[in-house]
Design a protein around this ligand. Structure first.
Ligand SMILES: Nc1nc2c(c(CN[C@H]3C=C[C@H](O)[C@@H]3O)cn2[C@@H]2O[C@H](COP(=O)(O)O)[C@@H](O)[C@H]2O)c(=O)[nH]1
Length: 339
């Protein structure tokens, strides 16, 4: 059974969700803030390159850098807060997603051809463990074997089918995000982030969509990063953005779900509650994007770019900036290679 698109999946899941609710007042409140951020250019496509660890030059190696990072861009949370995986680079210590970016920069500086698909198609888990080594000796990156298997899968496919670079996939997509999305989930199974929900096959495609979103952002929506249908890409349903949506009163969890998350119970990938959190996050951000467009239109500012990628980046960066304030809102803990 072929899956619904992520946008349709979000709509469908939010209709049937039992433990997650979308609140219209929260949508309006967040849309007001997003509209303001877009007008004053705080929220714009240039955000990606502002991170010192991201590629500063939008070229072929940036595309292979982004593909490598987004192949491993999952599950950085640690059960024990004192054993956080962290990487120090240029005198600064990073955690989570940015620890991955720092480890990649460190490896490249050491002359390891890490983002070359030929190299990582044959990488051993011992080599990867060294490359992703933490400066906190007690903490190691999670799911090492699964990460190694992901690299083998995608590296082999790129070498055998796409002349050894994701650039070929990008060129084959003819500036269509949906064509590229289908190519990614068909040819690279570790990106195929789907689930069965209420008798339907739903697709979240978090890493496949963030891969497209990061290329679009890195290239400022120009040249190789120009997609005619970029607005059809949804937010990236990870475990951080739902925290912010609860904070803004956009999502509300049932008491039962909130209590379960507060007790640090793991949520199984594909379980009803996990799918509801992720699906309602997609639908909520689509609603915020629509409400924001409506507001800007009423102010005669339809010229401004509004899409779910920009809103997602705002929310994700917001969680990073206000981590302490958001600590009282639990994030759902799921072990998977999908997010
Ligand atoms: N929805 C969403 N999820 C994102 C990102 C990013 C990084 N994106 C950067 C690139 C462009 C933007 O400017 C961002 O700066 C990582 N993640 C996910 O978060 C989790 C780790 O979180 P933490 O523990 O805090 O590092 C993990 O599942 C990871 O896959 C995003 O943008 N959106």
């Amino acid at each position: 059974m072929s899956a619904l698109t992520p946008k349709k999946s979000g709509e469908f899941i939010s209709k049937f969700a039992k433990n997650v609710l979308i609140l219209p007042d929260g949508i309006k409140k967040l849309a007001h803030e997003v509209a303001g951020g877009i007008k004053n250019k705080q929220i714009c496509v240039g955000g990606f390159s502002q991170h010192e660890l991201h590629p500063q030059k939008a070229d072929e190696s940036a595309v292979d850098w982004i593909f490598f990072v987004d192949t491993l861009n999952f599950c950085f949370w640690s059960a024990d807060k004192d054993k956080k995986w962290e990487v120090t680079w240029n005198g600064k210590t990073y955690t989570g997603y940015f620890a991955l970016c720092a480890a990649v920069q460190r490896a490249l500086k050491d002359g390891i051809p890490l983002i070359d698909p030929k190299f990582y198609s044959e990488i051993t888990s011992v080599q990867l463990d060294h490359i992703l080594r933490s400066d906190n000796p007690d903490a190691k990156v999670s799911l090492l074997e699964e990460r190694t298997a992901c690299l083998h899968e995608v590296g082999k496919q790129l070498v055998e089918k796409y002349q050894g670079s994701f650039m070929t996939c990008l060129k084959n997509s003819n500036h269509s995000a949906q064509t590229l999305l289908q190519l990614i989930v068909q040819d690279f199974p570790c990106f195929r982030d789907e689930a069965n929900y209420q008798g339907h096959r739903v697709a979240i495609y978090k890493r496949a969509q963030i891969l497209i979103g990061d290329i679009w952002a890195c290239f400022h929506g120009q040249g190789l990063g120009q997609f005619n249908d970029i607005d059809t890409i949804t937010m990236f349903a990870d475990y951080r953005v739902p925290q912010v949506l609860v904070h803004y009163g956009v999502l509300k969890y049932s008491n039962e779900l909130m209590d379960s998350l507060k007790s640090d119970n793991l949520l199984e990938n594909g379980s009803e509650n996990e799918v509801e959190i992720r699906g309602c996050s997609i639908q909520a951000v689509e609603m915020v994007a629509d409400e924001t467009r409506k507001r800007l239109k009423s102010e005669g500012r339809s010229d401004l770019t509004v899409n779910s990628i920009l809103i997602d980046h705002f929310l994700w960066d917001y969680r990073r900036k206000h981590a302490a304030m958001l600590e009282s809102i639990p994030f759902h803990k799921t072990q998977s290679v999908f997010y």
